[in-house]
Design a protein around this ligand. Sequence first.
Ligand code: ATP
Ligand code: MG
Length: 591
Amino acid sequence: MLSFSRFFYFLIRYFSLVLQPYIHLVNVLNMSDPENEKRSLNFIESIIEEDLFNNKNQGRIHLRFPPEPNGYLHIGHAKSICLNFGLAKTFDGLCNLRFDDTNPEKEDVEYVDSIMEDIRWLGFEWNDKPYYASDYFEQLYQWAVKLIREGNAYIDEQPQEKISEQRGIPTRPGIESPHRNRPVEESLDLFERMRKGEFENGAMILRAKVDMASPNMHMRDPIMYRILHQHHHRTGDDWCIYPMYDWAHGQSDFIEGITHSVCTLEFEIHRPLYDWFLDQVAEGSYRPQQIEFARLNLSYTVMSKRKLLELVQDNYVNGWDDPRMPTISGLRRRGYTALSIRNFADRIGVAKRDNVIDVGLLEFSVREDLNKIAPRVFGVLNPIKVIITNYPEGETEQMELVNNPEDPEAGSRLVPFSREVYIEQDDFMEDPPKKFFRMGPGREVRLKGAYIVKCEDFKKDADGNLTEIYCTYDPDSKSGGSGANRRVKGTLHWVSIPHAIDAEVRLYDRLFLDEDPLGHEDKDFKDFMNPDSLKVLNNCKLEPSLKNVEVEEKFQFQRLGYFCVDKDSASEHLVFNRTVPLRDSWAKKRK
Ligand code: ATP
Ligand code: MG
């Protein structure tokens, strides 16, 4: 029975449907703050609401995330994780993690472990324990025997090429295998001997007997089992026959009591087979329902695990967690926060049609989050020495600097200032144009949080390289003091030379220069790799407060961008990764 509160809930929902266009307008206005984004239901949520309304499956909501452990998870998987675990949370349901480990040739425990780590890091916890399709191998085998017994499956001994040929094309019926109507006993016997290991790889297969004339090619007697003498990372050498995806997937959903089996659009055409298999094994009315949504595609990004594996194996990148990789572990190492990825997944929504999302939106999400939480610090990446000639030698002043103007709770810190400081080389020009509001001969700038200095002179070496800049400072211009109001156009970050600590900084940029690296028929995606996707700077100077940072700690290097401590970092050798620059330089380039 529908309880009163549920009835009330649906009443409100129906009103919200009527009001949807207006709600959407409010959403757009609220876009700047994802926590305030009250959006209308996506189409999967609508399906679930309706199922709840009809008390389908006694009101149970049970989803699953089914990765194949053949690679590290990427941002597309993150979308699917946020969707599935998010739906479970929204509707007070459950979400299983199930490893779809039916293809031992490419699978490995390293991948199993990384997948669990990534899901937890994203902030989700699976129901009960991790599940494995391989735990169902015996049940799947028994069900296959049932199908054979009932005349719905048979052993085909033809070579693979012959079988493909007979499948034909969608517009014309296929040709039936000569083994299609062999006696049930014969198929049963061969299937048992297949399991026992009596035959070579490829000697025969088990096929479902569905419909060789179906316009849906997946219904033309699809393969259920193949012979594969291959060690499995969980079942060892127990099996030498392995179920195909279509046979394993829906049945696994069924065994686990999944109610909504959410997957990407390419499986839409498999749905009739998904349902057909379930009808062969299931009694009663309960069936998992497959629902398809558009997979996430990102501009300037390659996402298929096979392609990512190629980049790793051929050393185009340094491992799956290289900060340039679109993997969750790569993004984490790059400095992305879990919240920024969840906000991104939320923002892009759930589509029914394939589309491409601008990778700039992902970068926007991490900027938005780091802006709120990352302490501001001074780091000079390409240092040039400045000597303040009228500042007392040997003196140090502690300048008080706000840690994060976005977060009053973050407080302030003291940063030492002295007669010699580093600034960025490109904050100085010998002959600057009018609009260059930084340092140049005769010009005044403020050293942020300290004094206004005026450039009096500079020195070069024999090769014409700038080596030193000479300035004078205005003692009455100290920030926070009585002279702090005096305005100059430029403000520069700086680091006191005697107090500076050294660091290596890795500047990362997009891995591909082309918006759609896979979209060129005559070219390989690796032809579009950005030769400047990694620049290593070895002579960076940081303010001393960064001495004891920890791996993954995040900062805003003022005026430059967001940076985080890399796992290669050690106390004598700090290494920072640039997560993103402060502004989207790609948007400008495109214009
Ligand atoms: P890939 O094509 O990158 O190899 P896959 O689909 O083979 O990915 P699986 O491990 O089978 O990877 O995927 C696990 C789940 O993640 C599936 O439900 C799949 O639909 C989903 N998924 C994979 N890629 C994306 C994506 N780009 N966007 C949304 N969901 C995805
Ligand atoms: Mg797959």
